[in-house]
Design a protein around this ligand. Structure first.
Ligand code: PLP
Length: 390
């Protein structure tokens, strides 16, 4: 059944699925650890009588509580929970892809997704091809007679291109393609891709949903037949997240709005600062007016997040960047984002990661994530970083 967001989404995230009356007055749901779930009798075990939960891997009140909250968040008919963002992507692709199909992916696809589709999915007879993420209505040039799925990620990983999602959805509908999107950056709070018409929306709940750098968790949600296929895929593949992680997913949703807003605000300040530095050739943040995607961003997103990129001049040596980054006091060096701590990383885009030119100036591609530390302290730290580049 469709979950409607009648209240403001920020209220929904706080209030959804609270059942204090059914839980001894305790608002937060209990954590059920289960593999075996007992049936009342053999007939029920055989499936001749209804049984809400029958095996831990297939679902428990804990997984259901998280999944229903995700349904409320996106207005989905069903949501699946998986043990990582990547497994949500894999489970969603396997729900719909079959041998002989072609799937179109944006060239800015998240690296681990790219590894799965180019190194594993192809072994099952699925043809995988890439399109430039800003191709717009030129997407038809990449369509093949056997294309079945149009996959999006907006903004793209590392290079932050915004895709014209409504245009891609229109194109897909007129060519009978299934659409999917990795919506981890936008989240339901700033970019409800289901409402924009995408069939399957995926998020690494590892990032802003759980939000404390201590959990890998994924979600995928959909409406109608797409929701049924997602559910079948996760059940058939044996994909299930652990109960503690699911609980942390529910708990994360309660505070996600305020964490996201803080990270977004600090991220924008940092991006503006980075943009002003002479060593910066380009800042990759769609919420900056200088972004080539700014108009699309303003049309389709109601906000950004704390993750963005920038290109440093090639005149700065790698050794100088290393020394400056290693000397940062607050920013840490490490993968992931959406957690409490600010992070800096660097990416090298080789031919395995991009098929088409990115359009970026030559230089060092850096990535910053704004966590929950004080904005002025972070700006100070970043100021020291840029001074050390001189
Ligand atoms: C855009 C995007 N999608 C998916 C993932 C995968 O999430 P996980 O690491 O939980 O598998 C990540 C992780 O960095 C990501 O950045």
């Amino acid at each position: 059944m469709r979950h409607q967001n009648k209240k403001n989404l920020t209220t929904t995230l706080v209030t959804t699925n609270l059942d204090a009356k059914g839980n001894h007055g305790i608002p937060n749901p209990p954590i059920y650890r289960a593999s075996t779930i007992l049936s009342d009798n053999l007939a029920q075990y055989r499936g001749e009588e209804p049984q809400e939960y029958d095996y831990g891997r297939v679902g428990t009140p804990t997984s259901r509580a998280f999944e229903l909250a995700v349904c409320d968040m996106y207005g989905a008919d069903d949501a699946i929970s998986t043990p990582s963002g990547l497994s949500a992507i894999v489970t969603s692709l396997l729900a719909f892809a079959k041998a002989g199909d072609n799937i179109l992916f944006p060239d800015s696809l998240y690296g681990s997704s790219r590894r799965f589709v180019t190194k594993m999915l192809v072994n099952y007879g699925v043809e995988v091809s890439f399109y430039p993420p800003r191709c717009g209505d030129n997407i038809s040039a990449y369509l093949k007679q056997n294309t079945k799925i149009l996959y999006m990620e907006s903004p793209g990983s590392l290079t932050f291109e915004i895709q014209d999602v409504p245009q891609m959805v229109d194109f897909a509908k007129s060519h009978n393609l299934i659409t999917m999107i990795d919506n981890t950056w936008g989240t339901a709070l700033h970019h409800n891709a289901l409402d924009l018409g995408v069939d399957v929306v995926i998020e690494a709940a590892t990032k802003y949903i759980t939000g404390h750098s201590d959990v890998n968790l994924g979600i995928a949600c959909a409406r109608g037949q797409f929701a049924k296929k997602l559910r079948f895929s996760t059940t058939a593949l044996g994909i299930c997240a652990g109960p503690e992680d699911l609980y942390l997913g529910i708990r994360g949703l309660r505070t996600m709005n305020i964490r996201l807003k803080q990270s977004e605000k600090t991220g924008l300040s940092l991006a503006q600062f980075v943009e002003e530095q002479p060593e910066t050739l380009q800042t990759l943040h769609p919420a900056l007016p200088s972004s080539p995607d700014h108009e699309l961003f303003k049309r389709d997103f109601s906000g950004s997040c704390g993750l963005f990129g920038f290109v440093l001049s090639p005149e700065v040596s790698q050794n100088t960047i290393d020394a400056a980054a290693n000397n940062l006091e607050i920013f840490k060096i490490g993968a992931s984002w959406g957690g409490f701590e600010s992070l800096i990383t660097q990416a090298i885009l080789n031919e395995n990661m991009r098929e088409y030119p990115t359009g970026l100036p030559e230089g060092h591609l850096m990535r910053l994530y704004a966590g929950l530390e004080d904005e002025a302290d972070l700006l100070n730290d970043l100021g020291r970083f840029f001074t050390a580049l001189r």
